[in-house]
Design a binder for this molecule. Structure first.
Ligand SMILES: *Cc1c(COP(=O)(O)O)cnc(C)c1O
Length: 411
């Protein structure tokens, strides 16, 4: 029998993350249906590396939904969730020799190379293992000029090889021992709420990639055109639908890369938030209500140590979380966490229901960039429990334990 939120909170304590795995699978299937048939999809574990979430992404779609990892911890999570190492794409601007070594030792063969030196590092390690790493070159090109989302490309950054220099550098990049360049990787925008901008960005990426293939001889076996699929964060709502994307992308590919339907190149997209956001909610308990002249301060047992720690850099948390609808708003107040810093605010002057100590509140749509994007060690509180559900039944209930362990000889 499925448990209510109150029963889950009673059994596992609060703050508590609840992940409904059926919603991960549903989001995955929706996204696959939004993309042209035959597309590969990478799940960026950055959004949520919980092994059951990572497993849910794979279940029933092993061949098309693969892990995109950028640390050994994420790689371990992908393997623990049953993904073959050979399906993993290893990305990131700061891959160390040690992690490349371990990743290759575990069977990873596909890497996104963020710079010429990154490519050489990958090649050196692969050569030591006597294998060849299949690499896509992450390219940084001027963007199409879309209006929404978080811009990831176009300015100088640690991400990607400067597209303008490729004419000079490509011959060297194609002959790095231990590697074979199999294609290109673009990631131009995140959280694109507007379908036209997203399509415009893809048009630019596909046109650019096709041009680099024909003009410079960039190999195109795999073309990862990025993501950008939007989902709400810590407010009620649904994933953004993209009704025109499937046909629009197919048209663009027919025009610029007419062999794509035969798998030349194989086309991939990637997503974190679209796949994971909706599955998660955060259940907290009201610890105290402090009446103030500007409305009450409602103190929860979980704040930026469990959610939205990255709000400090203005990237992830909206100005104010909104609680699950259902409770009638009673007035305005401020939702804060338990930490001893004024930064521990989840929403200033937001609509709140009447709340008293002991009440439970639920923040919806925090399955992506929730726990692992928070300041979980800050003020040394225990991490929240994370419970996963399938068909309403509990699949797992765990806590990520921060613990201090000796390194080297411990001194
Ligand atoms: C962060 C990231 C993603 C996931 O972004 P979402 O907005 O969560 O879909 C995908 N690819 C790369 C390269 C990233 O850095």
């Amino acid at each position: 029998m499925s448990l209510t939120t109150a029963e889950l909170a009673e059994r596992y304590g609060t703050p508590l993350y609840v992940y409904d795995l059926d919603r991960v699978t549903a989001a995955r299937d929706d996204l696959l249906a939004t993309l042209p048939e035959g597309f590969d999809l990478y799940y960026a574990l950055k959004a949520n590396p919980h092994p059951e979430v990572v497993r849910a992404v794979r279940e029933g779609a092993e061949e098309v939904c693969r892990p995109e990892v950028s640390s050994l911890g994420e790689l371990d999570a992908a393997l623990a969730a049953g993904h073959p190492a050979g399906n993993c794409l290893y990305t990131g601007p700061g891959k160390t020799d040690t992690e490349i070594d371990r990743a290759i030792g575990l069977g990873v063969r596909e890497f996104s190379a963020e710079s010429p030196s990154d490519l050489r590092h990958i090649g050196n390690v692969a050569s030591r293992h006597g294998v060849v790493a299949r690499c896509i070159l992450r390219l940084n090109i001027a963007s199409a000029g879309a209006a929404t989302g978080i811009r990831m490309m176009g300015r100088p950054s640690q991400f990607g090889i400067d597209g303008d220099t490729l004419a000079e550098t490509l011959p060297q990049l194609l002959s790095v021992p231990g590697t074979t360049v199999i294609g290109a990787h673009f990631f131009t925008m995140s959280n694109a709420g507007d379908e036209e901008s997203l399509l415009g960005e893809y048009e630019h990426v596909i046109e650019t990639a096709a041009g680099l293939g024909s003009d410079l001889g960039l190999p195109l076996e795999l073309l990862d055109i990025g993501g950008g699929f939007a989902a709400p964060y810590a407010v009620p709502g649904n994933r953004t639908p993209y009704p025109k994307l499937r046909a629009g992308l197919a048209d663009l590919l027919d025009l610029h890369l007419p062999q794509w339907r035969a798998g030349q190149p194989r086309i991939a997209c990637e997503s974190g938030r679209y796949l994971a956001a909706e599955c998660g909610s955060l259940v907290s308990r009201v610890v105290n209500v402090k009446e103030g002249s500007g409305g009450p301060f409602v103190v929860l047992d979980g704040g930026i140590n469990v959610l939205g720690g990255l709000s400090g850099i203005g990237r992830l948390l909206p100005a104010a979380v909104q609680l699950d609808p259902g409770l009638r708003p009673a007035g305005r107040g401020t939702l804060v966490g338990p930490l001893c810093t004024p930064g521990d605010s989840l929403g200033r002057n937001v609509q709140l229901p009447a709340l008293a100590p002991g009440d439970l509140v639920t923040i919806p749509n925090v399955g992506a960039y929730g726990l692992t994007a928070s300041l979980v060690h800050f003020l040394s509180r225990p991490a929240p429990a994370e419970v996963t559900l399938r068909g309403g039944e509990v699949v797992s209930a765990t806590r990520l334990e921060p613990r201090r362990t000796p390194v080297g000889d411990g001194r």
